[in-house]
Design a protein around this ligand. Structure first.
Ligand code: HEM
Length: 453
């Protein structure tokens, strides 16, 4: 039995049916041949798009010439009421300026400094975790959101404003199935954009709450009383090229994306990782054994960052979960110059789709692509595939700034949870992966949770 994979659609469907499938879920809207293809062209009356699975093409678009393949303006459409001009949706000089300020906050040394806040969030997650049968996805969202509030603003999720931001984000996602057609496909201008009034109101409410946090922090920085966390670091860093700092509006945009990109993704990965461990109890026991070596983590101790070096297998488990269930399943760029991809002409304005989902399960690249095998990461073949065909955080200039952060947070939380609890699958409740904002399970991830004694 291999881990769950969505059923692919038949090879040929009408455009209308494709759009309906796409709207419901982009994963099951794709045909099985994409797991073997190096490239696939989709032609519709409105647009052409090219899915690139050839590692050389992925490198061309993301590493070699990212400026020639900007994010399409339409990508941010579903998110714009909430994210404004955040680093996730901008391009060109504005984007470069934003990254010059943001990147230093996530450098290796800084992650070490945010580690105690991550440990505290993990301890709370262990303390909150119930035993019995339930959907663990909401628990993982809660834990990942807590990590973000503690590392960004030094407040726990129980803080009144933090709790409301979290709640409102959930409403936003319910009202706005974010990977909607308008966000992903270059539809004509007259096509309705699906921003309901409720979506706009929720976005305004979230931004109002983030404004309070940001303005309070600006005042603390001015008074010299600000805690030394990610928000302070980002708000006090000047762009080394222009000397400019983020103003309040810009900072609100960035906090909104950190919060969204930082908790939805990690929550998705943690949920799937727990499911995989439940499917493979012997692997779960190996994680528990490794985690047991970390004296004090689950019961209130304060381990130093060095313990991460001892969570090697847990890290491979998390990596393998990211391979099978990349939280961001696809990324879209727009080409601005005439290109020839694998000998085929690609006109400017086409959509270039990079799909971690397909690349990570590509049948011509990976050995046993659909199997869960964390030990593959310690083999030469596994490492080579990792270099060529593993991009859960994207790659190149636009790589996720939170990648290093997430690769500490994920294994840490996993180790803490597994050292305290045993997770088991529930008969008849196999989760079906669907792409919402991130890859989630259609009806949640139900597990039996018992205390590990
Ligand atoms: C397992 C966890 C995570 C995964 C799988 C992930 C994945 C990604 C991916 C694939 C992108 C590129 C999207 C694109 O180009 O269309 C991205 C961008 C981004 N991520 Fe993450 N991410 C994770 C955690 C985080 C965390 C913890 C933070 C912040 C603390 C973060 C902040 C961002 C931001 C700000 C961007 C936009 C970067 C840009 O466009 O320049 N992410 N992430």
């Amino acid at each position: 039995m291999t881990p769950p994979k969505p059923t692919a659609r038949p090879d040929k469907v009408t455009l209308w049916r494709y759009m309906r499938l796409f709207r419901a879920d982009i994963l099951s809207a794709q045909p099985a041949r994409l797991y073997r293809a190096w490239m696939a062209e989709f032609r519709t009356p409105f647009f052409r798009s090219y899915m690139c699975n050839d590692p050389a093409l992925v490198r061309l678009v993301l590493n070699a010439r990212p400026d020639d393949f900007p994010k399409s303006n339409r990508i941010g459409e579903g998110l714009r009421p909430l994210l404004g001009n955040s680093v996730f949706v901008t391009n060109g000089e504005v984007w470069k300026h934003q990254r010059r300020i943001i990147d230093p906050a996530f450098e290796g040394g800084r992650i070490r400094e945010t580690f105690p806040a991550m440990v505290a969030a993990g301890q709370e997650a262990v303390a909150r975790m119930q035993t019995g049968r339930f959907d663990v996805e909401p628990e993982m969202s809660h834990a990942a959101a807590d990590v973000m509030f503690r590392t960004l603003f030094s407040i726990p999720i129980e803080n009144e404003i933090a709790a409301e931001v979290f709640e409102q984000f959930r409403n936003y996602q319910r009202e706005q199935p974010i990977l909607n057609l308008a966000a992903f496909l270059p539809l004509p201008r007259w096509f309705p954009r699906f921003h309901s009034r409720a979506t706009k109101q929720t976005a305004a409410r979230i931004r109002g709450l983030i404004r309070q946090l940001t303005e309070t922090r600006a005042a603390q920085i001015a008074a010299g009383t600000a805690p030394d966390d990610l928000a302070t670091k980002i708000m006090t860093t000047a762009d080394p090229m222009t000397g400019q700092r983020f103003g309040t509006e810009e900072m609100i945009d960035q906090v909104a994306i950190f919060f969204l990109a930082g908790h939805e993704t990690s929550a998705s990965a943690l949920g799937w990782a727990l499911y995989l461990l439940a499917m493979y109890p012997e692997i779960q026991d190996r994680v528990a054994a490794e985690a047991a070596a970390l004296d004090g983590i689950p019961v209130g101790g304060q381990p130093d960052f060095g313990v991460m070096g001892r969570l090697k297998f847990t890290r491979d488990v998390f990596r393998e979960a990211l391979r099978l269930y990349p939280p961001v399943p696809m990324m879209v760029r727009e080409n601005t110059c005439p290109e020839a991809f694998r000998g085929r002409d690609v006109a400017p304005g086409a959509q270039v789709v990079l799909s971690p989902w397909h690349l990570h399960r590509h049948e011509r690249i990976w050995d046993r692509p659909d199997e869960f095998d964390p030990d593959r990461w310690q083999t030469e073949a596994g490492r080579a595939c990792g270099r060529d065909a593993f991009i859960p955080f994207s790659t190149g200039a636009r790589v996720c700034p939170g990648a290093g952060f997430a690769m500490v947070e994920g294994p840490l939380l996993l180790a803490m949870l597994v050292s305290a609890f045993r997770f088991e699958t529930v008969a008849g409740r196999v989760p079906v992966p669907v792409a919402h904002l991130t890859v989630r399970a259609k009806d949640g991830i139900w597990l039996d949770v018992a205390r590990r004694v």
